[in-house]
Design a protein around this ligand. Structure first.
Ligand code: SF4
Length: 226
């Protein structure tokens, strides 16, 4: 019984660290079976260092709407790199400029984004409002890099969709100031959620990848994004 934890911080964090690592090893193995490159980093800092190496100097880099990319500090790092960053979050950017950036993003060299959920089997589950983010995941950019906190790892596709609708969407609607049923109650009410407010318009589940090294999932042993 020598391994029983007593320190409060240890009691909270140690089992999480252990289970994050164990889950990550399982998910990385299953992503690779689907021809999706994958690795696990314990911290955002390590993840950012790995992602930097994946982006060639001079490349055009698009951003999928992602709180994880902002929260982790990856966006700040991208802004310092010798790349052409299609920076949709630039201060003072106009709606027309964002629109143009979203169009350019579909044919960028690299798309940097997150995934709404990653299943134990290695499937990537996403919903999108405009479709530009999931479009780029499927086709266009030569490389797509997903930075995913372990809070987004789920057992099944159904759990992933539920997570997106009942955890991520309410928070995103509040962040974006959009009045939807999930923003009002915290739970999705699909039947009474209508355009144009609705942020869930397309569901994309990536089950495999044909082009070698096109998709890379970087799992991070922290809670990131929604
Ligand atoms: S369908 Fe509507 S209510 Fe449901 S998660 Fe999406 S935005 Fe929220």
């Amino acid at each position: 019984m020598a391994n029983i934890l007593t320190d409060t911080q240890e009691i909270v964090m140690k089992p999480k660290e252990v289970i994050f690592r164990r889950k990550a090893e399982h998910v990385v193995e299953n992503l690779k079976k689907r021809n999706i490159s994958a690795l696990y980093c314990t911290t955002s800092r390590d993840a950012i260092s790995e992602i930097r190496k994946m982006i060639p100097e001079g490349s055009t880099v698009a951003l999928g709407g992602s709180v994880s990319v902002i929260q982790s500090g990856l966006l700040d790092t991208l802004r310092t790199m010798k790349i052409k960053l299609l920076d949709r979050y630039r201060e003072g950017i106009t709606n027309d400029e964002v629109e143009e950036i979203l169009k350019q993003g579909v044919s960028a060299d690299v798309l940097v984004t997150s995934s709404g959920a990653v299943t134990a089997e290695g499937k990537l589950v996403n919903e999108d409002g405009r479709g530009n983010r999931v479009a780029g995941m499927i086709f266009g950019p030569k490389k797509v890099i997903f930075m995913v906190g372990m809070n987004k790892v789920v057992a099944t596709v159904d759990e992933g969709l539920s997570r997106i609708k009942n955890v991520a969407a309410p928070l995103n609607c509040i962040r974006l100031g959009i009045d939807t049923p999930c923003a009002r109650t915290g739970f999705c009410d699909d039947a009474s959620c209508h355009a144009p407010q609705r942020i869930c318009s397309q569901i994309v589940i990536i089950e495999s990848n044909r082009v070698k090294d096109r998709l890379t999932v970087v799992l991070v042993g922290q809670e990131l994004g929604y």
